[in-house]
Design a protein around this ligand. Structure first.
Ligand code: PAF
Length: 277
């Protein structure tokens, strides 16, 4: 497993013939969700690369950039046995050298939900992901369904800019009680950790109602809000039942719907989602 910190070194490794790269972009603090993406990338590509970069441009000023976990040695230890060919962990200056001023902006699909509450977040994501695609030129890139709007934004960007990469989406990996794996779960106190299962309970309650035949999107949102309201530690930021491609709120579920939510527990913000099909 090569471990490199510069774009030049990535390019050198790419010069070797053979092609066929799968890229798993991450911000590190790897959990089973990331590792499942890596295993899939390994199975589907000749070579696998993982990037580990806590991308400053997708964090709000005063957000959790400074305290975001960076357990690099532990991450490398998790990746080594998986047969990853290349790990790229650049500095912020390597990705954003002095004078940097070019950004990628995806419009409508990046505007609601996470985009509305975290202004500039998806501009940072789209910019760094474009740079990673240019640096690695992968055939496939792997993202988790847990960040459903991120998947929608990146997929739109890839189509709009004709980027020659296939976006592969891995299922959300959950703890035994249903909590979606996330690097931010580490911030939760034991009490908040217990309370956080309410996200999956709310999504599951809406799914049950849907399976019983309810198609009014507002009723689905109401079911999720009711379940979340039963947990006093949960401060709800949004609850959504939207079109999975455009992220526009639905009146009625006709085909697919993406149920999603953002909920704060103390200072920790969690998101989760579930697709109705
Ligand atoms: O999902 C993430 O970890 C990040 O948003 C990504 C895609 C690595 C871009 O920084």
């Amino acid at each position: 497993m090569h471990f490199v910190k510069t774009i030049q070194e990535v390019r050198e490794i790419h010069k070797h013939p053979g092609g066929g790269w799968g890229l798993v972009p991450t911000m590190g603090a790897l959990h089973k969700g990331h590792l499942a993406l890596v295993e899939r990338a390994r199975a589907e590509n000749k070579h696998t690369a993982v990037s580990i970069f806590v991308n400053p441009t997708q964090f709000a000023a005063g957000g959790d950039l400074e305290k975001y976990p960076r357990p690099l040695e532990k991450d490398l230890g998790l990746l080594a046995p998986l047969g990853v060919d290349l790990v790229f962990a650049p500095s912020a200056e390597e990705i954003y050298p002095p004078g940097f001023q070019t950004y990628v902006t995806v419009e409508d699909v990046a505007a609601p939900l996470e985009g509305a509450l975290r202004p500039g977040h998806f501009r940072g994501v789209a910019t760094v992901v474009t740079k990673l695609f240019n640096i690695f030129q992968p055939d496939r890139a792997y993202f988790g369904q847990k960040d459903a709007q991120q998947v929608a934004v990146i997929s739109r960007m890839v189509r709009d800019l004709n980027l020659p990469v296939e976006i592969v989406v891995g299922k959300t990996v959950r703890e035994a009680d249903g909590l979606a794996m996330s690097s931010r779960n580490a911030y939760l106190s034991p009490e908040e950790r217990q309370a956080a299962v309410v996200l999956f309970q709310a999504l599951s309650a809406a799914q049950r109602v849907y399976e019983q035949g309810v198609r009014e999107a507002e009723r689905l949102r109401e079911v999720m809000r009711d379940v979340l309201a039963q947990e006093p530690r949960a401060q709800v930021e949004y609850v959504s039942a939207a079109d999975p491609l455009t992220l526009q709120e639905l009146d009625r579920v006709r085909d697919k719907a993406l149920l999603s939510m953002a909920v704060r527990f103390g200072t920790t913000r969690l998101i989760d989602n579930l697709m109705l099909e």
